[in-house]
Design a protein around this ligand. Sequence first.
Ligand code: ADP
Ligand code: MG
Length: 227
Amino acid sequence: MIHIQNLDFRYPRADFRLAIDELKIETGEKVAFVGPSGSGKTTLLNLISGISVAAEGSVNVAGKEVSQLADAARRDFRVANTGFVFQRFELIEYLNVRDNILFPFLINPSVELTPKVRGRMAELAESVGIETLLKRYPNQLSQGEQQRVAICRALILWPPLILADEPTGNLDPGNKDMILDLMLSEFDAQDRTFVVVTHDRAVAEKCERTIDFSNFHRRIQPDEAIS
Ligand code: ADP
Ligand code: MG
């Protein structure tokens, strides 16, 4: 599902560098990304989903070379293939909870908003306990409630790949277990790939493999700095 080779990524005018010789994640695998804050976990999720593009190396997702796609094609690819739970949720402030969950359908002309999809929206909302909040707006929700909306939005399109950036960081223990089980059960039945960034050992233990970012990043030395 994901094959990264000789990746070398830097942000402009910053001294952070993410360098990965090779990383393979098979279809259907459940993988946890762990490592210190600032080690590039979110950066790699952005590269995998095509939000960012690496100048050097190969990021192949579902058989497509992400960095070779033009902007519009990359966005379509991302919407169709990945469900992203952002670390900062990125909910749309002017849409209510229901429309935030349905957002992938509202912006993507290639998928149709059918009664079945609306039914699935209601089911997902119920399964994470936010079914009474559908008419509220993000600024009327707690952090944990916003996080659950973000999780529903990531799952609504049935993506083959889910990328979840610290998805349980704002949840109390009860909600955390429930949501983790929901996300994993969504993926158990199918050949879906699940990548989760987490500081939580309990989350990592539910995955099949843990990838530690401690070795992937380093500060650029002055003599190799790019001006
Ligand atoms: P993690 O998710 O592992 O905490 P990130 O991938 O968010 O780490 O960030 C890795 C490093 O890149 C950090 O040092 C961060 O400050 C830096 N960084 C993140 N985004 C940007 C950006 N847009 N421009 C410059 N530097 C950035
Ligand atoms: Mg991060």
